[in-house]
Design a protein around this ligand. Structure first.
Ligand code: ADP
Ligand code: MG
Length: 247
């Protein structure tokens, strides 16, 4: 549990903090309460895993943290700023600049090459003119990131010409293009065999160690979770803290 920190002390506050989060899905008269008072925080540079049974609300929580959806109750802070009540444009900006996301399925655009997929968020963010002015710089950064994730030999390949592990590497590079401080990963190895999953985990651990990238990783695999600095368990809509490694 975090100690109380005044909002002005953003530097000392956790990178991300969710307080007393509730989320219920409603469909007609049907109500599915999923999160029932979740408290959760991520320190700068930390790699935290979230585990829980299928249907326990892991993806729901991650979507709320990434402002893809809103909680019914509770508050979420990123660097001391409240983000759960941002207008859509504010959410877009946050995800564009500060929070990267990867998923179990890679969501690459099939018509684009690996390099173009990594560049796509910046092409969308900037006007055509703004993009072309910085094209050389962006392409260089994209190529460097693809090298970092071990994909420099696949720059011109289309997604269908890549393996699952290679597609996830491309998705990681794309998520890092905007230099986010936080990466949210929803079952990033869920579609991969164990060996390939290990390689992707290795990439994530390396980014965490070498770039101080904070990572929240959802997984249902206890062996994967065990390698994180800290594991939180999502049980019956609430968080049970696991053992904390030396922080
Ligand atoms: P997990 O990722 O841990 O498997 P989810 O967060 O995806 O769990 O889902 C938690 C529960 O909420 C499940 O029972 C699921 O069926 C339900 N759920 C998820 N998304 C929706 C939605 N958009 N509408 C209604 N129910 C949903
Ligand atoms: Mg899920």
């Amino acid at each position: 549990m975090q100690t109380e920190t005044p909002p002005s002390a953003a530097v000392f506050s956790p990178l991300l903090a969710a307080q007393n989060i509730y989320k219920t899905y409603r469909k007609g008269a049907n109500e599915v309460p999923v999160l029932k008072g979740v408290d959760f925080a991520v320190a700068r540079g930390e790699l935290v895993s979230i585990v829980g049974q299928s249907g326990s609300g892991k993806s729901t929580l991650l979507h709320l943290l990434g402002t893809l959806d809103r909680p019914d109750e509770g508050e979420i802070y990123f660097e001391g700023h409240r983000i759960d009540n941002l207008a859509p444009a504010g959410c877009d900006l946050l995800r564009n600049r500060h929070i990267g996301m990867i998923f179990q399925s890679y969501h690459l655009l099939p018509e684009l090459s690996t390099l173009e997929n990594v560049l796509a968020p910046l092409m969308i963010r900037h006007s055509t003119l703004g993009y072309w002015g910085k094209r050389r710089e962006y392409r260089q950064r994209a190529a460097e990131l693809l090298d970092t994730v071990g994909l420099s030999h696949r720059l011109t390949h289309k997604p269908r010409e890549l393996s699952g592990g290679e597609m996830q590497r491309a998705a990681i590079a794309r998520a890092l293009m905007a230099k986010p401080k936080l990466l949210l990963a929803d079952e990033p190895t869920g579609n991969l065999d164990r060996q390939t999953g290990e390689e992707i985990l290795e990439v994530l651990h390396q980014l965490n160690a070498e770039r101080s990238l904070s990572i929240v990783m959802v997984t249902h695999d206890p062996a994967i979770a065990a390698r994180a600095d800290r594991t939180v368990h999502l049980v019956e809509g609430r968080v049970e803290q696991g053992d904390r490694a030396a922080a």
